[in-house]
Design a protein around this ligand. Structure first.
Ligand SMILES: NC(=O)c1ccc[n+]([C@@H]2O[C@H](COP(=O)([O-])OP(=O)(O)OC[C@H]3O[C@@H](n4cnc5c(N)ncnc54)[C@H](OP(=O)(O)O)[C@@H]3O)[C@@H](O)[C@H]2O)c1
Length: 308
């Protein structure tokens, strides 16, 4: 390919979509599509948005990502997370364009004690996880040359996630508890965008195909992630009033967060396949989190208007 590749991103206004748009604009000509350009529940809208476009690669981070509403609206969850990706994968195959479907650690049931590898059988325990697993299968069935990337515990600039939520909570409350028995790998959207670029933009080889796990290195409990967030915030001058986060259990969650869907207790994923294919070693999750707090400006509002 002598010209810069043409990349379509569906879901460009989302958390990962924004990071992808920024990263890929450096090396490619990017067409970012949002809900105002197409509705993933409406096949005709997908066809009409894509049919006139000429592109080499397409990335689909858009999804029904709210895990609990998926439990009560299974039809819409499967329409957005499974049927739409199938149609998009078929359109890409017909155009001889490569597709990347962004999936999730929630395809696993969480019963394993070590890290999940790409070739392990996934057994989701929520409608969200089941709809995303079906989306993965649909995409790879449409073209085995397409790519599925599973990400976990995602945060990043442009759209608040767990780190911003827990810092806000720690500014307002002294007593906070989070599950000490839920384990995973917090992952930066900025890093995910870099890894996807390494997987699909290297002009020296064809884009990666099949399933890859993309997460920062290392793992922690949900409680330890929260503690790291408030420690870094305090270090950065945010007047948090919660000293430490206590450990409760996943079984306690429904009482205080009103969760409907079961969450996998362990969703740590191995990123060895990513490292072997790209030569990129994902950095540790704490390092990426620190950079997020320093560079995203997400803590500014807590410094400016301290609460107590
Ligand atoms: N967040 C996590 O912790 C996490 C963890 C593992 C995997 N993932 C996966 O990573 C991907 C990106 O996650 P994210 O956190 O960046 O998600 P996000 O911020 O919620 O973005 C999802 C995007 O999808 C769009 N969308 C939803 N329904 C749509 C529809 N019917 N038609 C068109 N667009 C629609 C949303 O549009 P609006 O902005 O208009 O609502 C939003 O921009 C998802 O595939 C998710 O399953 C996320």
């Amino acid at each position: 390919m002598n010209r810069p590749p043409r990349i379509v991103i569906i879901g460009a206004a989302g958390r990962l979509g924004q990071a992808l748009q920024l990263r890929f604009s450096r090396d490619a000509s990017v067409i970012g599509l949002t809900r105002s350009d197409l509705d993933l529940t409406a096949p005709e809208s997908i066809r009409s948005a894509l049919e006139g476009l000429d592109f080499d690669r397409l990335i689909l981070p858009a999804a029904m990502t709210a895990v609990d509403p998926c439990e009560t609206d299974r039809e819409t969850a499967f329409a957005i997370n499974a049927a739409a990706p199938k149609l998009i994968a078929e359109i890409c195959a017909a155009k001889e364009a490569h597709m990347t479907y962004v999936s999730t650690d929630f395809v696993f049931d969480g019963g394993k004690s070590g890290a999940y590898h790409e070739d392990e059988v996934a057994k989701p325990i929520s409608v969200y996880g089941a709809s995303k697993l079906k989306g993965e299968a649909n995409v790879l069935e449409a073209d085995p040359g397409h790519l599925v990337v599973r990400v976990s515990w995602l945060y990043g600039p442009g759209k608040p996630a767990f780190p911003e939520w827990i810092v806000g909570k720690a500014c307002a409350e002294t007593e906070i508890a989070l599950p000490g028995d839920k384990t995973g790998s917090p992952t930066s959207s900025v890093d995910v965008a870099d890894w996807i670029a390494a997987l699909i933009l290297d002009s020296a080889r064809p884009p990666a195909a099949g399933i890859y796990h993309l997460c920062n290195s290392g793992s922690c409990t949900w409680r330890d992630w929260g503690q790291a967030c408030i420690d870094l915030a305090r270090e950065a001058g945010v007047p948090v009033i919660a000293e430490t986060i206590a450990a409760n259990t996943l079984a306690d969650i429904p009482a205080f967060l009103a969760f409907l869907a079961p969450r996998p207790a362990n969703s740590v994923m191995s990123n060895a396949k990513l490292a072997a294919f790209t030569g990129v070693e994902p950095r540790p999750w704490r390092q990426a989190l620190r950079e997020h707090f320093v560079e995203s400006g997400c803590l500014d509002k807590y410094r400016a208007a301290p609460c107590g």
